[in-house]
Design a protein around this ligand. Structure first.
Ligand SMILES: [Ca+2]
Ligand SMILES: [Ca+2]
Length: 268
């Protein structure tokens, strides 16, 4: 009987504390109070793809097209040469908090160019001057890795993930960058891969000309499919959300213990 009781508690404790499953989102985001702009990239009409917030619809350029093969429903297919979506300044009209922020996307890369931007902001496409945020690879600042950087006090302030773009090719990955009180952060697949906690100031210019999906002002294009692009005015925490075990499993604990006890009795 004593062993049975021990077994019962051991089983119950195991089930209570069994490692919970970590998972990134499995359904598209909904707009919340901190969503500045959100693109499901499921549709376009006349070359315009909707912003779920409703203020900054994206304009497809080059050969950019909506494909059915996104992460969640449709996605944005880019050939890596002149393809992008222009958003305008998503922090104006109406004005949004620029003191902190997050930018993120799901990416399924087909290649890893030396210079590549998934999400960027600054001057116009082709104007060769970025001065907002930069989620991608810049060999001069992020080496061979994916990095996130902001143009702040007249220079790039960087968080480097240490993950090469090459290692991200050929599968879906969630990538994100944030700025604000926690410093600059870069996230990959729900893990904080690099940060710069000492730099808490925002990018310099809230009146940047435009944000771009899939490239930047230098035309450093991303080849592949993008989905679920979101820009927020808080520093989001992208740590993969713990999924609690279903309650039904906990109810199994006494049953498992009873079965174990019964077997013991039968053997006796
Ligand atoms: Ca989608
Ligand atoms: Ca093209």
């Amino acid at each position: 009987m004593k062993k049975l009781i021990i077994l019962f508690f051991a089983t119950a404790i195991f089930l209570l504390f069994a490692p919970s499953v970590n998972a990134l989102l499995t359904t598209p985001y909904a707009v919340d109070a901190n969503t500045v702009a959100l693109y499901h990239l499921d549709s376009e009409v006349g070359g315009v793809t909707p912003d779920s917030v409703g203020n900054h619809n994206g304009v497809l350029n080059g050969n950019a097209q909506i494909t059915s093969a996104g992460k969640f429903g449709g996605g944005l297919l880019l050939d890596g040469n002149g393809d992008y979506v222009r958003l305008g300044n998503v922090h104006q009209n109406p004005p949004r908090d620029y003191s902190q922020g997050s930018v993120e996307a799901w990416v399924n890369l087909t290649a890893a160019p030396g210079y590549m931007v998934v999400l960027g902001s600054g001057t116009e496409y082709g104007s060769s001057w970025d001065n907002g945020w930069f989620l991608g690879r810049h060999p001069g600042f992020t080496g061979s890795s994916l990095g996130f950087m902001i143009w702040s006090s007249g220079y790039w302030r960087v968080a480097n993930s240490g993950i090469t773009l090459e290692s991200l090719v050929g599968g879906w990955h969630h990538i994100a960058g944030t700025w604000g009180a926690k410093g600059i952060e870069v996230w990959v697949d729900g893990v904080l891969m690099g940060n710069n906690p000492g730099w808490t100031a925002p990018p310099d210019d809230p009146n940047y000309l435009t944000a771009l999906i899939g490239t930047d002002s230098w035309t450093w294009a991303t080849p592949g499919t993008l989905d679920e692009v979101r820009i927020s005015d808080i520093q989001r925490d992208f740590a993969a959300t713990a999924v609690p075990l279903p309650a039904s499993l906990l109810f199994l604990a006494p049953g498992l213990a009873a079965i174990a006890g019964l077997r013991k009795k039968l053997r006796a």
